[in-house]
Write a protein that binds this ligand. Structure first.
Ligand SMILES: [Zn+2]
Length: 146
């Protein structure tokens, strides 16, 4: 299970495993108030040259593993949601990729969004609205699986 929290990325990058991650006050799966540390998992973020360690906890009651991750990122995406939104908006309105991100990745996000949009809406949908609707619904509008 993944919990998004506010993270100071610069501080995390500096402190690495010493970053003061908060401990959830209960297991999100079974409400057990005791959680154990369960090491770290490295994550690549676009804003960092090297992977940063994300803290994990484990519930001794149900075995659930809880990973904390910075807010503002889709699961398994290293670009921020804002960056992906800018790319989608640029491609949908001007047909141009934004600078600083490989166009292949932006193409992937855009075509994945088109797949999501065409799977859900019959008339030619407004891609930016579809993006926002899916984000608001807790979905990842630019992942391959629909
Ligand atoms: Zn549990």
């Amino acid at each position: 299970m993944i919990i998004s929290i506010q993270v100071d990325i610069n501080l995390l990058s500096n402190l690495q495993k010493d970053y003061p991650w908060p401990k959830p006050d209960h297991c999100p799966n079974c409400n057990n108030p005791k959680l154990w540390g369960h090491g770290f998992v490295d994550a690549l973020l676009d804003c960092e040259k090297f992977p940063v360690p994300l803290k994990r906890y484990r519930c001794p009651n149900c075995g659930c593993v809880i990973k904390l991750k910075p807010k503002g990122y889709f699961n398994r995406f290293r670009a921020t949601i804002d960056t992906i939104r800018k790319s989608i908006t640029s491609l949908a309105t001007t047909g141009k990729y934004i600078s600083g991100i490989a166009y292949q990745r932006q193409y992937h996000w855009f075509t994945a969004l088109i797949r999501h949009a065409t799977a859900r809406y019959t008339l030619s949908p407004n891609l930016i609205q579809v993006f926002e609707k899916l984000v608001a619904g807790g979905k990842i509008p630019v992942c391959r699986t629909i």
